[in-house]
Write a protein that binds this ligand. Structure first.
Ligand code: J81
Length: 283
């Protein structure tokens, strides 16, 4: 199984839009770490497997049971929301996002969560054996919670999904998806100067690309000292499921010589990539 210090949180997401009294759709997706094994589009009655290892170690029969549970849930959820809207003040359009999942921790412990957001704000979560409102949730949520907490069957199902099914699913996926989850791809790096920030100044850019997994550390250095003005850009996806990150430093033209860019990544072991800025370059 993967190195114990690496964690692969599992997150299922549900996005439900209620445009008006008759139009609604619910889409689902799930992530294990930075990989997406499942999708569930509104148009489909089955959860789609996006990876050859998405089945994990569950049997066909276990998947059928899960599939059925989620199909019943999707239609009941939609019906429940129509009912809540009739009962409560407030109007369309409505956006409801539900996220839930689990993470395996050392010593065979696992942690699970389930929460829901209404119009983009957290409103409720599942705690222990019952539903609870989020801090600052609007008063109407208390009414929703009262109704939800009367349904013992659903509370038991949610508890079973979060505390039995989720960790078991993840344990299986860590086995079947091991090689992709543990994949390591080395970055390449190159230096450029970007658009000049002003007279007599240079924007040095250290481009780092093609690495996997996502965590990476890139620093502009003078000798052994990290330059405090180092600015991390956004980590962006390449088309081949590796990552790209630009890291910049704004310096006066006279101070560029002697600077270097250092890249640390798990695929490189202790072998950092170090590129020196050529003080004589014309760019
Ligand atoms: C307007 C503001 C809205 C705020 C956001 C709401 C967040 C919703 C959270 N609640 C739910 O997700 C539950 C919705 C469905 C649930 O209420 C039940 O209708 C549904 C069906 O239950 C009935 O059949 C069950 C057997 O199939 C049991 O017998 C149950 O007692 C009975 O009432 N429940 C389920 O489908 C259970 C599965 C829930 C899985 C949740 C995963 C996210």
């Amino acid at each position: 199984s993967p190195a114990p210090h690496k964690s692969f949180p599992f997150r299922g997401l549900q996005i439900s839009s209620f445009a008006n009294r008759s139009w609604t759709r619910t889409d689902g997706l799930a992530w294990l770490g930075e990989l997406q094994p499942y999708t569930w589009r509104n148009e489909s009655n089955t959860i789609g497997f996006l990876k050859p290892w998405s089945r994990g170690t569950f049997s066909d029969q276990q998947w059928e049971q899960l599939q059925h549970t989620f199909l019943v849930y999707r239609s009941s959820f939609t019906r429940d929301i129509w009912e809540f809207v009739k009962m409560l003040p407030g109007d369309y359009p409505l956006e409801i996002q539900v996220s839930g999942g689990c993470e395996l921790l050392p010593r065979n412990i696992s942690e699970s969560f389930l929460r829901a957001a209404f119009q983009g704000k957290d409103v409720l979560s599942f705690q222990g054996m019952s539903w609870a409102s989020a801090p600052d949730a609007p008063p109407l949520i208390e009414e929703v919670i009262k109704v939800l907490n009367q349904d013992q069957g659903t509370k038991e199902t949610v508890h079973w999904l979060l505390h039995d099914i989720c960790p078991e699913l993840v344990r299986g996926l860590l086995q079947t998806g091991k090689s992709e989850l543990e994949k390591q791809v080395k970055p390449e790096a190159w230096l450029c100067s970007g658009h000049s920030p002003g007279p007599g100044r240079l924007l040095l850019v250290c481009h780092v690309s093609g690495f996997y997994p996502k965590p990476v550390r890139v620093m502009w250095m003078r000798g052994e000292q990290e330059e405090p003005g180092t600015r991390q850009g956004d980590v962006m996806p390449n088309a081949d499921s590796t990552w790209y990150l630009p890291v910049t430093l704004n310096v006066s033209a006279g101070e560029a010589a002697g600077l270097s860019c250092r890249v640390k990544h798990s695929s490189l072991g202790d072998q950092n990539i170090i590129l020196y800025w050529d003080g004589n370059r014309v760019s």
